[in-house]
Write a protein that binds this ligand. Structure first.
Ligand SMILES: Nc1ncnc2c1ncn2[C@@H]1O[C@H](COP(=O)(O)OP(=O)(O)OP(=O)(O)O)[C@@H](O)[C@H]1O
Ligand SMILES: [Mg+2]
Length: 375
C-alpha cells in the first residue's frame, strides 16, 4: 500500500505546444479511492499513464510512497492497470488470463494457482475459471480484468474507464462492486471516468480536470455544495446547475423582476472587470414554486416536463425583463432553466410558473474570472 503524489507533473506530447497535463499537483492518500473526472480530452488518461510509466513526464515528478518513480520502468512501479478495453487473451482460460502476469514474472505454479483462486473467490468467478472469455458475459469479463489486477497484489490500482463497455444497468452494479472491493482490499486506487455520476458515487475524493489543468479536488459533497469555479459548478450535477450572468444594482442581482440580495462578501469580490454583473448558479432542486407577487419570484414558461417517477424536471424559458442577462445552462438552451418539481403537481407545457431560489442556495461567481465569491 502506498500514497501517490503528482508534483508539478506535466506532459507535453511531441509536436504539440499546450501541455496535455499542466503542472499537476495531486496527493492521493494510502488506501484512498481517487477519481479523475473531466470532459473528453482534458488529460485524464494521460495523467494515469504518466503514473503507470506509459507516458513520459516532461516536467515535475511522480512519487509512489516516498519513492520518486518518474524515471522508473512501468514493470518496476508495483502498480496494476485496468483499461477500458480489457483485452483478455481469447485462447486462454479465465484462470490463465488472471495468472498470466504472475507466470511471466516466473512465480511458481502452486502460488499462481492459489492467488488466482483467491481472487476468483473475491470476484465470484470460481465456477468460470476453466472457461474461455468468449463464454462469459460482459460483466464477467470485466471482473476477470479486475482479477488480473488483483492477483498481482499491487501497491496501486489504476483504472481507465473500466466500465464503459458495459450496459447501463451492469455499469451501476459493477461500480458499486469495484468501489467496495478496492476498499476491502485497502489498495490505493486512481480511477478515471468522464461520467460525473460515476465519480460522485465511487470516489472518496474527486479531482476535476479541464484542458490539462486541475480545477478542484474535494469530496463529492464539497464539490457539489461548494464548486470553486463556474466550470466545476456546471460539470458536477445532473441535470446541470442553472448558471447565468445578471446585472447587479446596489448589491442586489436582478433575474427578471426577481431581486436576489448578494452577501457583502460576494459584492466585495466583484471588480471593475465584472462590469456591474454577477454570475449566479442555482441547482434545479434549489428552486421552489412561489406566488407570483413574491419579490424573489422568477417567471418561467414551461417548455417540457421530464418525468422520472420520483422526481420531475421542468425545462422552461425565463420570462420578464432580461436586459443584460445571459443565462446559458450547460444542459438546457439559452435563457432556459431547469426546475425540480413534485411530479404529482407538475404543470403543463406552455403554463407559466413562478419559482424562487431558496435563500442561501445560490452560488455566486465572478463573471470575469469564473471564480467562486460566496462561501
Ligand atoms: N499520443 C498523443 N500525441 C499527441 N497528443 C495526444 C496524444 N495522446 C493524447 N493527446 C492529446 O492530449 C490531450 C489529453 O488526452 P487524454 O487522452 O489524456 O484525454 P482524456 O481526458 O483521457 O479524454 P477521453 O475522455 O476522451 O478519454 C488531448 O487533447 C489529446 O488529443
Ligand atoms: Mg481517456
Amino acid at each position: 500500500m502506498a500514497t501517490v503524489t503528482y508534483d508539478h507533473a506535466s506532459r507535453i506530447y511531441p509536436g504539440t505546444e499546450r501541455p496535455a497535463v499542466d503542472q499537476l499537483n495531486l496527493h492521493v492518500e494510502d488506501g484512498e479511492f481517487l477519481v479523475l473526472v473531466g470532459p473528453s480530452g482534458c488529460g485524464k488518461s494521460t495523467s494515469l499513464r504518466m503514473l503507470a510509466g506509459l507516458e513520459d513526464v516532461n516536467a515535475g515528478r511522480i512519487l509512489i510512497g516516498d519513492r520518486d518513480v518518474t524515471d522508473v520502468q512501468p514493470k518496476d512501479r508495483d502498480i496494476a492497470m485496468v483499461f477500458q478495453n480489457y483485452a483478455l487473451y481469447p485462447h486462454m482460460s479465465v484462470a490463465d488470463n488472471m495468472g498470466f502476469a504472475l507466470k511471466i514474472a516466473g512465480k511458481p505454479k502452486a502460488e499462481i494457482r492459489s492467488r488466482v483462486e483467491e481472487a476468483a473467490k473475491i470476484l465470484d468467478l470460481t465456477e468460470y475459471l476453466d472457461r474461455k472469455p468468449k463464454a462469459l458475459s460482459g460483466g464477467q469479463r470485466q471482473r476477470v480484468a479486475m482479477g488480473r489486477a488483483i492477483v498481482r497484489n499491487p501497491q496501486v490500482f489504476l483504472m481507465d474507464e473500466p466500465l464503459s463497455n458495459l450496459d447501463a444497468k451492469l455499469r451501476v452494479q459493477t461500480r458499486t462492486q469495484i468501489a467496495s472491493l478496492t476498499r476491502r482490499l485497502g489498495v490505493t486506487t486512481v480511477y478515471v471516468t468522464h461520467d460525473q455520476v460515476e465519480a460522485l458515487t465511487m470516489g472518496d475524493r474527486i479531482a476535476v480536470l479541464k484542458d490539462g489543468i486541475l480545477q478542484q479536488v474535494d469530496t463529492p459533497r464539497a464539490l457539489y455544495d461548494t464548486p470553486k469555479n463556474v466550470f466545476v459548478a456546471g460539470f458536477i450535477g445532473s441535470p446541470a446547475m442553472n448558471i447565468g450572468t445578471f446585472n447587479v444594482v446596489n448589491g442586489v442581482a436582478k433575474i427578471g423582476q426577481a431581486q436576489i440580495p448578494l452577501t457583502r462578501e460576494a459584492v466585495a469580490g466583484l471588480t471593475a472587470e465584472d462590469n456591474g454583473k454577477v454570475t449566479l448558479g442555482f441547482r434545479p432542486e434549489s428552486l421552489d414554486i412561489v406566488a407570483e407577487n413574491d419579490p424573489s419570484a422568477i417567471e418561467v414558461e414551461v417548455n417540457i416536463v421530464e418525468e422520472l417517477g420520483s422526481d420531475a424536471y421542468v425545462y422552461g424559458t425565463l420570462k420578464g425583463d432580461l436586459a443584460g442577462a445571459d443565462l446559458a445552462s450547460p444542459t438546457a438552451g439559452d435563457h432556459e432553466v431547469i426546475v425540480r418539481i413534485n411530479p404529482r403537481t407538475a404543470p403543463g407545457k406552455g403554463e407559466r410558473i413562478h419559482v424562487a431560489i431558496r435563500p442561501g442556495q445560490e452560488h455566486v461567481f465572478s463573471p470575469s474570472t469564473g471564480l467562486r465569491l460566496s462561501n
